[in-house]
Design a protein around this ligand. Structure first.
Ligand code: MRU
Length: 358
């Protein structure tokens, strides 16, 4: 894509983000002029997806340093940023990384130091996605060879595309790289209730990129797997333990169960910033619960207007669990920026030996 979901504005003092709540119907940018704007953009999901939440957090550190570069206010702002959403570990990782760089500078130099740190994190994630694409495309090529050149059918859940990750995406990078190599691919796109990130965002990205795809209901995947119409699953993740348990958008676990039952490879694509090197058991990952109105209402376009309509009886209670955890035993492998590994502590450490002592 020739645009990114986040960028420093031309004035050098504010940040522009795509307001993803309005996609695919409108491509609208929002201005973040303060750390509070950055927090609202993360909480209310103008920006979403683990790597992008992290990069927004890093630019939030820049906005905080512009407003007040002294230690106490800066650290207080960073604490608020880190709490904007609980599940994606990239947010804490990126804010801590930017803050560590900023605190080395004198207060006068902190805004510049923060801006540079945020830009470095942004480019790090872009490069990670590029490499994930390279390694993942090799897996897709292997399946193509077994199918004598027939299209490889890949199922994905939610949106782990460039909107979530700055460029290429994590789960989508192998698909783009494979298509560039001339490998025929077709993507089954789970709609991903309640906020429909698959139907709204992944479908929009794939359409723009000219990748053949079909939007399906969240419950269709198991049926398609039984029919032999899914060759592999590739999903992203918001936090993965160093032992291989995967937190991702609600519904991922059910796809992994169905894939296991049908002997279909289930891959998770992630950059190193999404590994949690401290938590050993996925059941300890905090699972975000959001406003039940996200379940009760569905958003769509009606004659030029974006509308929300109520689905269940007005008085029925609803609950909105945003993520679930897929245990390592259901995961075939991880596609990372350093290569592919099994979902187990020792093989993950083989790729990331510097995390040995954490
Ligand atoms: O609630 P969201 O939209 O921020 O959820 C994040 C996701 O898009 C997914 O869970 C995704 O698969 C992992 S982020 C690359």
């Amino acid at each position: 894509m020739d645009i990114r979901p986040i960028r420093l504005d031309d004035d050098g003092r504010s940040v522009k983000v795509i307001d993803q709540r309005q996609l695919p119907h409108r491509l609208v940018f929002a201005d973040l002029k303060s750390v509070d704007d950055a927090i609202i953009a993360i909480e209310e999901m103008f920006v979403r997806g683990a790597p992008l939440i992290g990069v927004t957090g890093a630019y939030g550190v820049f906005l905080a340093a512009l407003a007040d570069p002294e230690d106490d206010p800066l650290m207080e702002a960073c604490d608020r940023l880190k709490n904007a959403r609980p599940t994606a570990v990239n947010l804490v990782w990126a804010v801590n990384r930017a803050l560590a760089d900023v605190l080395k500078a004198s207060p006068n130099d902190r805004p510049e130091a923060a801006k540079a740190a945020a830009a470095r994190i942004e480019e790090f994630e872009v490069e990670n996605c590029r490499n994930i694409g390279r390694y993942g495309a090799e897996l897709i090529a292997g399946i193509r060879d077994q199918k004598n050149g027939a299209p490889v059918n890949i199922l994905t859940h939610c949106n782990a595309g460039w909107l979530a990750c700055i460029e290429y995406g994590t789960a989508t990078a192998p698909i783009y790289a494979a298509a560039e190599q001339g490998i025929p691919v077709h993507v089954w796109v789970d709609e991903t209730r309640p906020l429909n990130q698959g139907a709204r965002l992944t479908a929009w990205e794939l359409l723009k990129a000219g990748i053949p795809h079909t939007v399906i209901t969240d419950n269709a995947g198991g049926h398609l797997m039984q029919q032999g119409r899914v060759d592999m699953v590739i999903v992203g993740t918001d936090r993965t333990t160093h032992t291989g348990d995967v937190a991702n958008k609600i519904g991922t676990y059910l796809k992994a169960l169905a894939a296991k039952d049908n002997d279909i490879p289930f891959y998770v694509a992630l950059p190193s910033s999404t590994f949690d090197w401290e938590i050993s058991d996925g059941r300890e990952i905090p699972i975000e619960e959001r406003n039940p109105d996200e379940v009760r209402y569905v958003q769509g376009m009606d004659r030029e207007e974006i509308l929300s309509v109520l689905v269940p009886p007005e008085k029925s209670p609803a609950a909105d669990y945003a993520f679930d955890v897929t245990p390592a035993r259901l995961v075939t492998g991880f596609i990372t920026e350093r290569g592919v590994c099994r979902a187990e502590a020792a093989d993950i450490r083989r790729l990331f030996p510097e995390e040995q002592n954490s």
